[in-house]
Design a protein around this ligand. Structure first.
Ligand SMILES: [Fe+2]
Length: 206
Protein backbone atom coordinates (compact mmCIF):
# COMPACT_ATOMS: atom_id res chain seq x y z
CA UNK A 1 0.00 0.00 0.00
CA UNK A 2 1.13 3.51 -0.73
CA UNK A 3 -0.38 6.91 -1.24
CA UNK A 4 0.81 10.19 -2.68
CA UNK A 5 -0.33 13.74 -2.13
CA UNK A 6 0.02 16.57 -4.66
CA UNK A 7 1.40 19.36 -2.48
CA UNK A 8 1.91 23.02 -3.46
CA UNK A 9 -0.02 22.70 -6.71
CA UNK A 10 -1.72 25.44 -8.74
CA UNK A 11 -5.46 25.45 -7.98
CA UNK A 12 -7.64 25.36 -11.09
CA UNK A 13 -11.42 25.66 -10.78
CA UNK A 14 -13.77 24.03 -13.30
CA UNK A 15 -17.56 24.19 -13.32
CA UNK A 16 -20.43 23.94 -15.76
CA UNK A 17 -23.54 26.13 -15.90
CA UNK A 18 -26.65 25.76 -18.05
CA UNK A 19 -26.74 29.14 -19.79
CA UNK A 20 -29.84 30.71 -21.30
CA UNK A 21 -29.33 31.44 -24.99
CA UNK A 22 -30.23 35.11 -24.41
CA UNK A 23 -26.87 35.62 -22.67
CA UNK A 24 -25.05 34.80 -25.91
CA UNK A 25 -27.35 37.07 -27.93
CA UNK A 26 -26.64 39.94 -25.50
CA UNK A 27 -22.89 39.35 -25.88
CA UNK A 28 -23.09 39.21 -29.69
CA UNK A 29 -24.83 42.59 -29.72
CA UNK A 30 -21.79 44.29 -28.13
CA UNK A 31 -19.37 46.46 -30.11
CA UNK A 32 -16.31 44.42 -31.20
CA UNK A 33 -12.82 45.36 -32.38
CA UNK A 34 -10.16 43.17 -34.03
CA UNK A 35 -7.07 42.59 -31.84
CA UNK A 36 -3.80 44.17 -33.11
CA UNK A 37 -2.40 40.66 -33.73
CA UNK A 38 -5.46 40.03 -35.94
CA UNK A 39 -6.15 36.68 -34.24
CA UNK A 40 -9.48 37.46 -32.53
CA UNK A 41 -12.03 40.07 -31.49
CA UNK A 42 -12.58 41.80 -28.15
CA UNK A 43 -15.48 43.87 -26.87
CA UNK A 44 -14.82 47.60 -26.74
CA UNK A 45 -16.32 47.56 -23.25
CA UNK A 46 -13.68 46.34 -20.80
CA UNK A 47 -16.11 46.45 -17.87
CA UNK A 48 -18.71 44.37 -19.64
CA UNK A 49 -20.29 42.78 -16.57
CA UNK A 50 -20.77 46.16 -14.87
CA UNK A 51 -23.48 46.80 -17.46
CA UNK A 52 -26.94 45.95 -16.01
CA UNK A 53 -27.72 44.33 -19.38
CA UNK A 54 -25.38 41.47 -18.38
CA UNK A 55 -26.55 41.20 -14.77
CA UNK A 56 -27.43 37.48 -14.96
CA UNK A 57 -23.99 36.61 -16.33
CA UNK A 58 -22.36 38.81 -13.68
CA UNK A 59 -24.16 36.91 -10.92
CA UNK A 60 -22.99 33.54 -12.29
CA UNK A 61 -19.37 34.70 -12.53
CA UNK A 62 -19.44 36.27 -9.05
CA UNK A 63 -20.85 33.07 -7.55
CA UNK A 64 -18.10 30.89 -9.03
CA UNK A 65 -15.28 33.31 -8.23
CA UNK A 66 -16.57 33.28 -4.67
CA UNK A 67 -16.62 29.45 -4.62
CA UNK A 68 -13.03 29.37 -5.81
CA UNK A 69 -11.69 31.89 -3.32
CA UNK A 70 -13.71 31.18 -0.18
CA UNK A 71 -14.64 27.49 -0.51
CA UNK A 72 -11.73 25.98 -2.45
CA UNK A 73 -8.88 28.18 -1.22
CA UNK A 74 -10.54 29.03 2.11
CA UNK A 75 -9.52 32.68 1.99
CA UNK A 76 -10.76 34.44 5.12
CA UNK A 77 -14.01 36.15 4.11
CA UNK A 78 -13.93 38.38 7.19
CA UNK A 79 -10.64 39.92 6.02
CA UNK A 80 -10.58 39.76 2.21
CA UNK A 81 -13.33 40.87 -0.18
CA UNK A 82 -13.41 39.90 -3.85
CA UNK A 83 -13.45 42.88 -6.19
CA UNK A 84 -14.23 42.42 -9.89
CA UNK A 85 -11.75 44.58 -11.81
CA UNK A 86 -12.46 44.17 -15.49
CA UNK A 87 -14.38 41.87 -17.81
CA UNK A 88 -14.43 41.64 -21.59
CA UNK A 89 -15.82 39.45 -24.33
CA UNK A 90 -13.63 37.51 -26.77
CA UNK A 91 -14.80 36.24 -30.16
CA UNK A 92 -12.79 33.78 -32.26
CA UNK A 93 -13.79 33.33 -35.89
CA UNK A 94 -12.74 30.12 -37.63
CA UNK A 95 -8.90 30.10 -37.63
CA UNK A 96 -8.55 32.61 -34.75
CA UNK A 97 -6.40 31.80 -31.71
CA UNK A 98 -4.70 33.46 -28.72
CA UNK A 99 -0.98 33.78 -27.96
CA UNK A 100 0.51 32.87 -24.59
CA UNK A 101 -0.15 35.62 -22.03
CA UNK A 102 -0.99 36.29 -18.39
CA UNK A 103 -3.17 38.93 -16.71
CA UNK A 104 -1.27 41.61 -14.77
CA UNK A 105 -2.78 43.97 -12.16
CA UNK A 106 -4.99 41.08 -11.12
CA UNK A 107 -4.97 38.13 -8.69
CA UNK A 108 -7.69 35.78 -9.92
CA UNK A 109 -8.73 35.34 -13.57
CA UNK A 110 -11.21 33.20 -15.38
CA UNK A 111 -13.27 32.59 -18.48
CA UNK A 112 -16.88 31.62 -19.04
CA UNK A 113 -17.71 30.09 -22.42
CA UNK A 114 -20.93 31.21 -24.07
CA UNK A 115 -20.38 29.31 -27.31
CA UNK A 116 -17.71 26.64 -27.72
CA UNK A 117 -17.80 23.20 -29.29
CA UNK A 118 -15.49 20.18 -29.47
CA UNK A 119 -13.08 21.81 -31.92
CA UNK A 120 -13.54 25.54 -31.20
CA UNK A 121 -10.05 25.94 -29.66
CA UNK A 122 -8.52 24.50 -26.51
CA UNK A 123 -7.48 26.52 -23.48
CA UNK A 124 -3.87 25.69 -22.57
CA UNK A 125 -2.48 26.58 -19.14
CA UNK A 126 1.33 26.65 -19.11
CA UNK A 127 3.60 25.78 -16.19
CA UNK A 128 6.18 28.47 -15.36
CA UNK A 129 9.62 27.40 -16.61
CA UNK A 130 11.16 27.86 -13.16
CA UNK A 131 8.32 26.15 -11.24
CA UNK A 132 10.47 23.91 -9.06
CA UNK A 133 8.09 21.49 -7.39
CA UNK A 134 10.27 18.64 -8.72
CA UNK A 135 13.13 18.17 -11.23
CA UNK A 136 14.47 21.66 -12.08
CA UNK A 137 15.25 22.24 -15.76
CA UNK A 138 18.94 21.48 -15.28
CA UNK A 139 17.91 17.95 -16.21
CA UNK A 140 15.32 16.68 -18.66
CA UNK A 141 13.51 13.71 -17.17
CA UNK A 142 11.30 11.63 -19.45
CA UNK A 143 7.85 10.41 -18.41
CA UNK A 144 5.53 7.67 -19.61
CA UNK A 145 2.29 9.58 -18.93
CA UNK A 146 0.54 12.68 -17.63
CA UNK A 147 0.60 13.63 -13.99
CA UNK A 148 -0.41 16.98 -12.51
CA UNK A 149 2.93 17.25 -10.68
CA UNK A 150 5.15 16.89 -13.75
CA UNK A 151 3.04 18.20 -16.64
CA UNK A 152 4.40 21.20 -18.56
CA UNK A 153 0.95 22.27 -19.69
CA UNK A 154 -2.71 21.39 -19.27
CA UNK A 155 -5.11 21.38 -22.22
CA UNK A 156 -8.82 21.80 -21.79
CA UNK A 157 -11.47 21.76 -24.50
CA UNK A 158 -14.17 24.08 -23.14
CA UNK A 159 -17.81 23.58 -24.07
CA UNK A 160 -20.66 26.06 -23.87
CA UNK A 161 -21.46 26.76 -20.21
CA UNK A 162 -18.02 25.88 -18.84
CA UNK A 163 -16.26 28.22 -16.45
CA UNK A 164 -12.54 28.03 -15.64
CA UNK A 165 -10.83 30.06 -12.89
CA UNK A 166 -7.09 30.21 -12.12
CA UNK A 167 -4.41 32.49 -10.61
CA UNK A 168 -3.85 35.50 -12.90
CA UNK A 169 -0.10 34.92 -13.21
CA UNK A 170 -0.60 31.52 -14.88
CA UNK A 171 0.26 31.89 -18.56
CA UNK A 172 -2.36 30.61 -20.96
CA UNK A 173 -3.07 30.43 -24.68
CA UNK A 174 -5.83 29.23 -27.01
CA UNK A 175 -5.44 26.91 -30.00
CA UNK A 176 -7.03 27.65 -33.38
CA UNK A 177 -10.79 27.59 -33.72
CA UNK A 178 -11.35 24.78 -36.23
CA UNK A 179 -15.14 24.98 -36.01
CA UNK A 180 -17.26 26.74 -38.65
CA UNK A 181 -19.00 28.73 -35.89
CA UNK A 182 -17.59 31.64 -33.92
CA UNK A 183 -16.35 30.88 -30.41
CA UNK A 184 -17.57 33.31 -27.72
CA UNK A 185 -16.38 33.72 -24.14
CA UNK A 186 -16.13 36.36 -21.43
CA UNK A 187 -12.89 36.81 -19.47
CA UNK A 188 -12.71 38.37 -16.01
CA UNK A 189 -10.19 39.59 -13.43
CA UNK A 190 -10.58 39.92 -9.67
CA UNK A 191 -8.51 41.38 -6.83
CA UNK A 192 -8.72 40.62 -3.12
CA UNK A 193 -9.28 43.77 -1.06
CA UNK A 194 -9.00 44.19 2.70
CA UNK A 195 -6.36 44.65 5.37
CA UNK A 196 -4.27 41.63 6.32
CA UNK A 197 -2.18 41.49 9.47
CA UNK A 198 0.92 39.43 10.31
CA UNK A 199 1.50 39.17 14.07
CA UNK A 200 1.89 42.60 15.63
CA UNK A 201 4.43 44.02 13.19
CA UNK A 202 2.91 44.19 9.72
CA UNK A 203 -0.37 45.19 8.11
CA UNK A 204 -1.14 45.74 4.46
CA UNK A 205 -4.28 47.22 2.95
CA UNK A 206 -5.06 46.05 -0.55
FE1 LIG B 1 -6.34 35.60 -20.96
Amino acid sequence: MFQSQDLFGVPIYLAHVDLQSQLLEDLKSEEWHRFPASNGWGTTDKHLLDNPKHKDLRNIVDEHASNYVYRTLQVNHAVHQLDMLNTWGVKHNTGDWAQKHDHVNSMISGIIYLSSEHDSGKLILHKQLQWNNIFPRTTFIEFTGFSASTAEEWNYQPRTGDIVIFPSHVEHSVTKNLNANDRYCVAFNYFLRGTSTVGDHSTLTL
